[in-house]
Design a protein around this ligand. Structure first.
Ligand code: 5RP
Length: 230
């Protein structure tokens, strides 16, 4: 199966976690899109909250009922993709820039189902540059401080840079912030790094999700398989 077929298979498989009338968090990205399409097709009367403007537009077009997170309060299940995850289901997210809303929705979700093609499962997190959402104030200083924090925590950090869009302009998140992508190399302690980065005053949130997802649905050449935290 191609990566694209794997994404479709696991996005559709994740429907097994959804029951009629649930409050559902809609992830962002090409894998989450398959889930959103399957959810709309199933017509289960669910109440949804989206993790990005991109997913809001998709879900609205498909006729799903969208609510603000204030209206829903809590979410039964969120189904979302990832850029990398390990056997403990520690995740790196935010490759598409939606990490802040993803983490807020994750924070109030009773269950988080991660859906991904098999290329995303890694022995050690960090080959994918960690997205870090920062305020647009002294971003060059933020880059230096982020690199220092990562180095202090044992990451072989060699580069952090402000993300740019296709036009070479700074990428602006849904929350009107900048994203700094930090090439950490292997991350020895994701929980410590997540906390230390968030302690920097520049940082709004970072793309490490530790202890939040209880199950991953992995697309493989042999079909879909579930992975629980090891
Ligand atoms: C968007 C994300 C996505 O979940 C992540 O980038 C995975 O995307 P895809 O399913 O397209 O591989 O973090 O901000």
């Amino acid at each position: 199966m191609s990566a694209s077929d794997q994404k479709k298979a696991c996005g559709e498989y994740a429907m097994k976690f959804i029951e009629r009338g649930m409050k559902v968090g809609l992830g962002t990205g090409s894998t989450a899109e398959h889930f959103v399409r399957a959810l709309a097709a199933a017509d289960l009367g669910v109440k949804c909250v989206a993790t990005s403007e991109q997913t809001t537009a998709l879900a609205t077009g498909l006729g799903l009922s969208l609510f603000s997170l204030d209206e829903l309060g809590r979410v039964d299940v969120t189904v979302d993709g990832a850029d990398e995850f390990d056997a403990q289901l520690t995740l790196i997210k935010g490759g598409g820039g939606a990490l802040l809303r993803k983490k807020i929705v994750a924070h109030v979700s009773d269950m988080i189902v991660t859906i991904a093609d098999e290329s995303k499962l890694v022995d050690r997190l960090g080959a994918f540059a960690l997205p870090i959402e920062v305020v647009d104030f002294a971003p060059d200083l933020a880059v230096r401080e982020i690199m220092a924090v990562a180095a202090d925590l044992g990451c072989a950090t060699n580069e952090a840079r402000i993300r740019v869009d296709d036009m070479g302009e700074p990428f602006i998140s849904d929350g009107s912030h900048l994203i700094i992508d930090c090439a950490c190399g292997a991350i020895p302690d994701a929980a410590r790094l997540e906390a230390a980065l968030n302690a920097l005053p520049f940082v709004v949130e970072n793309g490490l999700f530790v202890g939040l997802s209880s199950v991953a649905v992995l697309g493989t050449d042999e079909g879909v398989r579930e992975v629980t935290a090891g």
